[in-house]
Design a protein around this ligand. Structure first.
Ligand code: CUA
Length: 325
């Protein structure tokens, strides 16, 4: 589905809008901009008029002005309403971009000093170039190998930090065929300004050709099939001893000592104390590294040891758990 055939012409202030995340930002920006222009003009002109009109004159005594309550209430309440509306507009589009559409294609984005690497669902990794299909919803899963970076695509009006030791997410649907640009928007060292990647938004047919072309993973077999590698790590670390084969939560016909893992991804998990927790990438990561940070309801007596794993291994185990239904 092509939502718009051609890039919107760049305005004198903004680059072309190339994803569904852009129009709400642009309308908010334009509203704030023209609101500011109008009020700056009105206030400045009024002020200059009063400066001249009420200029101190010889022989004319000054008069105290006193209070005018109705006027003061008016200019306090009116901007508050505008700010409330702006908050609502901004928060609504923030939430929309933070939550992925059902069935969105996941792409892993790894930031490092000083480049971007994109991993497609097939496990193929492509540095420096992000290829997308127009009209397809995407979810980016961002992480950093070293320091704080920030994933910024001006044409999509989207920016999200890539933080070492955790995952952050951003969602969008490209709406226009064409080229865009990834920038790093967080100062991350001497080559920060060169930390760029290109974005290519292709029609469906060309996107499929691209996928067919990259579907020859150049890395090690482990890197190419993260879910399979994750399964090996799962078995090798004896996770099955407590969580059952394939994370089934069942051992020899009865409930396993550790909770069921199959099918929990992206579902709410009830906790032993406090509110439920969404079983996303960050939750799984934390549960591997600090198992007792969040205890699932019904398993409070079980002590799981902390596992020491590197980021690629954790990613592989997460990929495996996501594949379990
Ligand atoms: Cu990475 Cu700045």
């Amino acid at each position: 589905m092509i939502l718009a055939p051609q890039p919107e012409p760049a305005s004198w202030q903004l680059p072309p809008a190339m994803a569904d995340s852009a129009p709400p930002v642009d309308s908010t920006y334009n509203f704030i901009f023209w609101f500011s222009v109008v009020f700056t003009t009105v206030i400045t002109v009024t002020m200059l008029y009063f400066v001249v009109k009420y200029k101190r004159r010889k022989g004319v005594p000054s008069e105290p002005t006193g209070h005018f309550n109705r006027l003061e209430v008016f200019w306090t309440v009116t901007p508050t309403i505008f700010i409330g509306v702006l908050f609502h507009v901004g928060f609504a589009s923030y939430i929309k971009n933070a939550t992925a559409a059902e069935g969105a294609t996941e792409i892993r984005v790894r930031a490092k000093k000083w480049s971007w690497e994109f991993e497609y669902p097939s496990g193929d990794r492509v540095p420096g170039e992000l290829t997308l299909e127009v009209g397809r919803p995407y979810k980016m899963i961002l992480s950093s190998d070293d320091v704080l970076h920030s994933f910024f695509i001006p044409e999509f009006r989207l920016k999200r930090d890539a933080v070492p030791g955790q995952y952050s997410f951003i969602s969008f649907t490209p709406t226009v065929v064409g080229d865009a640009q990834v920038f790093c928007a967080e100062y991350c060292g001497t080559s920060h300004s060169g930390m760029l990647a290109s974005v290519k938004i292709l029609p469906k047919k060309e996107y499929e050709e691209f996928l067919a072309k990259i579907d020859k993973c150049q890395g090690t077999p482990e890197e190419c099939e993260p879910a399979k590698w994750g399964e090996k790590l799962f078995v090798k670390n004896a996770c099955t001893t407590c969580h059952g084969a394939g994370g089934s939560g069942v051992i020899a016909g009865s409930k396993s000592p550790g909770p069921k893992l199959a099918g929990i991804y992206n579902t709410m998990q009830p906790m032993a104390t406090g509110p439920g927790v969404m079983a996303d990438e960050n939750y799984i990561r934390e549960s591997i590294l600090r198992p007792n940070a969040k205890i699932v309801a019904g398993y409070s007596t079980v002590q799981m040891p902390a596992f020491v794993m590197k980021d690629p291994q954790i990613d592989a185990v997460i990929a495996y758990l996501k594949s379990l239904k």
